[in-house]
Design a protein around this ligand. Sequence first.
Ligand code: SAM
Length: 223
Amino acid sequence: QLSRRLETVAQFVPHNARLADIGSDHAYLPVHLALNKQIEMAIAGEVADGPFQNACHEINNRKLNEIIIPRLADGLAAVELADRIDTITIAGMGGALITEILDAGQDKLTDVSLLILQPNIGEAGLRKWLMEHSYAITAEKIVAEDQQIYEIIVAQPNGHQINYSESELLFGPQLIQEKTDVFITKWQLERDHLQQALTQMETAKQLPIEKIASFKREINLIE
Ligand code: SAM
């Protein structure tokens, strides 16, 4: 049974995908997809030895060695062109790290038609990278699980750059249209958090002008 967060990621993986799950840890996502016969094959990429061993154990225990190949490698170095990977999932890390992984592995992205990304924070920076590299954000979801709120961003190469506005980059071009209850909760919490930080700075008579201006700007955008 996958977590709701990973279940949402899984829902976007196309039938018969050739998948690379980068930062796979226990390989729960590709294992779930393989057990449900949803993928043709997968690479479970891991940079750290412990999580790589977790992936190997899970794949062996489930007897999925024919379908899922674990690889110890940094980011998209886990992908070889001969794998003919068409779908990449990167979940459960910061947006800045996901951006770094995509940026460093651009030569591995030429034949990839779908990116399914779940940043824990830093979504806006990731969307900006996608925009600047001519990806269109084709779907988004926001889900709550265990007091956390997660965003899932699905992107496809588009051939030309789509210009997202500052608000679309921050809130998500699809999420801002849907405005679900979870979305509203996330941004109410974020606004309260920024407001609290501002008040604290003002009481402590610490006035880093640029930071205050950027907090106020974000509060205005949220409002
Ligand atoms: N993807 C799983 C999930 O969403 O539940 C596991 C997330 S876990 C919190 C993040 C994993 O990413 C860790 O196992 C870490 O070792 C791995 N990781 C971090 N940087 C990486 C990189 N550059 N290349 C591959 N894996 C990486």
